[in-house]
Design a protein around this ligand. Sequence first.
Ligand code: SF4
Length: 316
Amino acid sequence: MQGKIRVGVSSCLLGNPVRYDGGHKHDRYITDILGKYFDFVPVCPEVECGLPIPREAMRLLGDPETPRLVTSRSGIDLTEKMIGYCHTRVRELEKNDLCAFIFKKDSPSSGLHKVKVYHESGHSKKNGRGFFAAAFTDHFPLLPVEEEGRLNDPGLRENFIEKVFCYYRWKTFLQQKPNYKALINFHTTHKLQLMSHSPKHLSIMGKMVAAGKDIPEETLLTEYQADLMEAMSLKATVKKNVNVLYHISGYFKKLISSDEKNELISLIESYANHKAPLVVPLTLANHFIRKYDASYLQNQTYLEPHPSELMLRNQV
Ligand code: SF4
């Protein structure tokens, strides 16, 4: 990595006192752990659109597809103000070269999933999206996005961070003005990682790259990018990881002793039966890759898709 990965984040999660009540929602995992690798671009839609601190709390009201943003007590309609702000801000953010965004959950401005939408009767359903989160994801459909609350789930956390690092590698790759050969190389190094998310996408993308010589370069890269991010959005389940691990063990067939092979298989089965985390069979596989100098595997991003210091695979 050269420098840190630029990631947008709801400002209150960084500890900035921008909430309606003058407080914040400092998330230590974001600032203290992810902050070692991510350079944060804070965004507070409510303050940036001109509202004061403190301010009246607000909520979504009406149709979940096209809700209004209104203040909770006095019912002031802030919808047009917020829509105008979002329109400008997402375009400004194009210059920031973001690789992801982490949103504050439940907020009528920043929440990404299941934000409460109130009916005139006072009842509510958790089926809305915050105004800024909706505008951002519509404007940057490929960018990895997540809420801070969901980052407490080890599986979702690992998946999101893996996707961020993958997108960062792709953007770095594009900056190098890649040719067809470079795309083949990118695809080759990501094969096992793609397999762990979607064997179907791996197959489609393999065919696309194989036929790529006849496709205009820009079209090829655009289509590859869309499939890459779509594949990475699909969760790498235990079953899919086990499939990849058996693929890895297959490469060793003629290299490792039968004892070593049995040891590896036994750890893969422990992982398959939820008795050991993913890091356990992978650590042994990595040891064999180094010991037997398995060069094809050495370059696979699957083996270290994000810094091992984050210990994300110790919990999945
Ligand atoms: S949730 Fe969003 S709008 Fe609310 S204080 Fe945090 S950053 Fe600002």
